[in-house]
Write a protein of this length. Structure first.
Length: 257
């Protein structure tokens, strides 16, 4: 926690808003998507879904392949506690919805379904997208499949298992958007980045969650930023966004959202 506080102070000192952004691509993304103040009706759907699961006391046996939770240590966890302490924030769920709505990705991959809040946001943002989400824990996967069906989201396929074993079996040549949110460890993050890099195209977006989770995650983000195939990056503190647009000059941004 102390590491994150120190890094957040550094972020605030170095970050900016749309002012001073000379890239039209990034300027439009920030002004038309990040700072879009529209009150979309889907926001209420996002909030209601999370609110409902915060009241569910059902216990799930959690199999965790990643770094785990900093707040929940027991293998048996109530759905309500996962929703309260581990799930994506409402603010970031809304931002993910806007990103999906703005870019309209047709093929989406999510590493780490959890209770499906981010999955839901991606699906609502672009109902025409084909979304594949991988969840390592069998009990969470089964529970979330049912919950997303109740949400009548039919453009989502949830796969269960270890990411490194499931990813090679996915028969999708290219992904428009990949959300990395399932393993907050340096080595694993870099491993999945390298495995999925061949599935990126010029307009793909890779979003990495919790890049300041630990010193190791920040180091992983720095390595990704400097990869020769990555051109533009945006650091929102919560996320690191990597783009592969060959027509863009190499540039890194820190943007407050």
């Amino acid at each position: 926690m102390l590491y994150q506080i120190k890094e957040y102070i550094k972020f605030l000192l170095k970050s900016s808003n749309q002012h001073g952004i000379h890239s039209p691509f990034v300027y439009n993304l920030v002004t038309k998507c990040f700072y879009d103040k529209s009150e979309y009706s889907d926001y209420q759907t996002i909030i209601d879904f999370k609110k409902r699961l915060k009241e569910v006391d059902l216990e799930l046996e959690v199999t965790d392949f990643g770094a785990g939770s900093k707040k929940l240590k027991s293998a048996s966890r109530a759905v309500s506690n996962i929703a309260k302490h581990v799930a994506i924030s409402n603010k970031n769920a809304k931002l993910l919805f806007r990103i999906s709505k703005y870019f309209k990705p047709n093929t989406v991959l999510e590493l780490g379904t959890s209770l499906g809040f981010a999955t839901q946001a991606l699906a609502l943002g672009n109902p025409n997208a084909n979304i594949i989400s991988i969840e390592g824990c069998p009990e969470i996967s089964t529970y979330t499949k049912t919950q997303l069906k109740l949400q009548k989201l039919n453009n989502i396929e949830i796969l269960t298992g270890d990411f490194s074993k499931v990813i090679p079996k996915i028969d999708v040549p290219k992904f428009d958007l990949i959300f990395f949110d399932g393993n907050h460890q340096k080595e694993a993050t870099l491993k999945y980045f390298e495995i999925l890099l061949p599935k990126a195209h010029n307009d793909s977006i890779f979003i990495f969650d919790d890049i300041y989770w630990s010193k190791g995650m920040t180091e992983a983000w720095e390595i990704i930023k400097h990869h020769p195939k990555v051109t533009v990056t945006i650091d929102t503190f919560s996320w690191g966004m990597a783009f592969f647009r060959k027509e863009q000059l190499k540039e890194d941004f820190k943007i407050r959202t």
